[in-house]
Design a binder for this molecule. Structure first.
Ligand code: F3S
Length: 653
């Protein structure tokens, strides 16, 4: 059987870019499965990259990949608010489609997206188009559109050209005005055209792709239109010999989200089917082969390795410490890898799963170290100087000093526990194979991430209850919930504080305001004073404009004098022009330090905490009052004098 591969198939640029960005960025999660291929998603999981259903499953500080399908603008905002780091792997073509939808909506068109209503890419484009955007997946959907509208059309990038043209034609009949932006991706049309070309020349077509992948499904639909014998498979396991009975030429194509290694597996199996050869002939001692579990006994497991007889894995070769019931490790139908110990012992191959796991484990450990990725391990025993762990099936060691950030007194308390650790030393070659790990490094890194997230959360102007953790000459360090801020001595109280210990003690609970945050340099400055009642404002309540008070000269300056008001700590300024009615050359020529003077309150500026006073006006007022009083007591004299002088002028002066 001749096997012909399609000219264009497998990962498109956008998917390849997304996978590379995910692996290179060190991200540990993706929002939704990175691509619509379950096998690839599983591989990523093995590397510690998990798909999340929503952003609330990611802790602050985590790197999250926005996949090639793109995301709604709200998701970017949400990720920012949750202090997540975005690795934006949106395919540039999808971005173009989002932008086109957004522009059409701005130009006043009702945006119609031709595509699958529930597909994540379509949902993202719709979100960028804003409210009123419409998705047309079928002719019925188009029929629901009102006649005579201004319609702006974009397509899902992976739409089949034929479907697009059909729906577009129907929309055009309804529209008063129509504008179309071409957004079908070339990678999609290339794959579809090449597959159609090939399908016309072969007896059988095999389409490889995720059953949940839109473009693989489209490809299957298109191909089956040209080649009636088309099989749509997700993995090599679905290939059966009867599919190729009597077939001279078979074609293979794959969707844009199908990884190359999956295609290779399919082609390899098709080649073997064709020749009927078994890989068993080539099996040699020391090789790792794959087989399917056909039975699980008490002392052995049998595997179908496509040979005349089944291969056997003895109990002691299943695991370092095999469980009583081997079905806890494997079950019938599982595909597992095992190392060939003897290719032909009494007609059967003898294999070891444990050794294959171990060999593969060293590779996985090397990869984890190379990627600087933390791994989960199980503590198996406490030994001198540390603990031993099961690290991916390999015996590893964690020194006591690397078990925690604090000193651990009783190492045995960790035995049996699953912990996360970082590989700090790895030797994979020769007799000196060893792996040393550190949990402390993981905890330190986690703390740094948590701290970063906390700093990102702390907002200037917010009030916190904190605990005094340390006093210094210049201030106090306050823990405000995982991070320490500095309360400078000048921000502790309204009065002058000589030393922080005059006001605070370690362990005190205090209310503080955040003055500033420097997340980069991990600095937060706090203020306690502004939360305390301001004594100036309390005292000023009794001071009213126009009031005449007796105060004491507290300071004499070239432009005036400060007067301390009675029974308060408040000082007001008597400007040089308000010292006397006549011109004063220098305040110190007419006033003395501590001299008692009568002052009139001219004004109180609460914002700037300024009180302006006048000695001249106080004096004038008191003279006026004296005169009034005098006139009240001597009415006769006042009448006779009043005929000669205008007294009202004197009083009003
Ligand atoms: Fe992008 Fe086209 Fe692939 S839109 S994700 S390059 S199919």
């Amino acid at each position: 059987m001749e096997i012909v591969l399609s000219k264009h198939m497998g990962f498109c640029q956008g998917v390849e870019r997304a996978v590379k960005m995910t692996l290179d960025s060190g991200a540990t999660c993706t929002l939704g499965p990175l691509i619509h291929n379950p096998q690839m998603v599983e591989k990523l999981k093995e590397q510690g990259i998990e798909p999340l259903e929503s952003l609330d499953q990611a802790e602050a500080g985590r790197k999250v990949v926005f996949r090639s399908h793109g995301e709604a603008p709200q998701r970017y905002e949400e990720a920012k608010n949750r202090a997540l780091e975005i690795v934006d792997a949106t395919c540039p073509y999808v971005k173009q489609a989002q932008q086109a939808a957004c522009d059409l909506a701005r130009e006043g068109y009702r945006v119609v997206i031709i595509g699958e209503a529930r597909h994540p890419e379509v949902l993202s484009i719709k979100a960028w188009a804003g409210p009123g955007a419409f998705v047309a997946e079928t002719t019925e959907d188009v029929a629901a559109l009102p006649d005579g509208g201004r319609y702006g059309i974009v397509a899902q990038t992976t739409s089949a050209e034929e479907t697009f043209q059909k729906l577009r034609g129907l929309i055009a009949k309804k529209a008063a005005i129509i504008k179309e932006v071409r957004t079908i991706c070339k990678a999609t049309t290339d794959r579809q055209d090449a597959a159609v070309e090939l399908a016309k020349q072969v007896d059988v077509m095999v389409v490889v792709g995720g059953k949940n992948s839109a473009n693989s499904n489209h490809l299957r639909d298109i191909v089956s239109g040209c080649c009636p014998k088309t099989f749509f498979i997700e993995t090599v396991k679905e290939l059966l010999p009867e599919m190729f009975k009597g077939v001279a030429r078979a074609g293979v194509t794959a969707g844009a989200s199908t990884p190359g290694w999956l295609i290779e597996e399919v082609v390899e199996k098709m080649q073997n089917m064709e020749t009927g050869e078994s890989t068993m002939n080539e099996v040699k001692t020391g090789e790792i082969i794959t087989g399917t579990v056909v039975s699980v006994g008490k002392d052995e497991v049998f595997l179908d390795i496509k040979h005349k007889s089944e291969a056997v894995i003895p109990r002691q070769e299943m695991a370092l410490v095999p469980p009583e019931d081997l079905s806890e490790l494997v079950k019938v139908g599982d595909e597992i890898s095992a190392l060939v110990l003897n290719p032909d012992q009494d007609g059967s191959a003898v294999l070891s799963k444990m050794r294959a796991d171990s060999l593969q484990a060293w590779d996985k450990l090397a990869k984890a170290k190379e990627d600087d990725r933390d791994i989960d391990v199980i503590v198996t025993s406490a030994v001198k100087g540390g603990v031993t762990v099961d690290a991916m099936g390999v015996r590893g060691f964690i020194p006591a000093s690397h078990l925690d950030v604090q000193r651990i007194e009783n190492l045995a308390e960790f035995v049996g526990k699953k912990i996360t650790a970082k590989i700090i030393e790895l030797e994979t070659e020769g007799d000196k194979k060893r792996v040393v790990l550190s949990r402390r490094e993981v905890l330190k890194a986690q703390k740094a991430v948590e701290e970063k997230a906390l700093y990102a959360k702390v907002a200037v102007g917010e009030k916190y209850e904190g605990t005094v953790v340390r006093l210094a000459n210049f201030g106090a360090f306050i823990d405000i919930g995982g991070v320490d801020g500095l309360l400078h001595v000048s921000d502790m109280a309204w009065h002058r504080v000589k030393h922080p210990s005059d006001v605070l003690e370690t362990g005190d609970k205090v209310q503080v305001l955040v003055k500033s945050v420097d997340a980069e340099n991990k600095k937060i400055s706090l203020n306690m004073r502004d939360l305390l009642p301001d004594p100036w404002l309390a005292a000023i309540v009794n001071i009213k404009e126009g009031q005449i008070l007796e105060g004491k000269v507290s300071k004499i300056l070239p432009f005036g004098a400060f007067v301390l008001l009675p029974d308060t700590n408040l000082e007001g300024l008597v400007h040089i022009s308000e010292i006397a009615e006549e011109r004063v050359e220098r305040p110190d020529l007419v006033l003395k330090q501590d001299q008692l003077v009568k002052v009139k309150v001219l004004g109180v500026e609460k914002k700037t905490k300024k009180i302006s006073l006048s000695i001249a006006q106080a004096q004038h007022d008191s003279e006026k009052n004296e005169l009034k009083e005098f006139m009240g007591q001597n009415a006769e004299f006042t009448t006779s004098i009043g005929s000669k002088f205008d007294l009202s002028k004197l009083l009003d002066k």
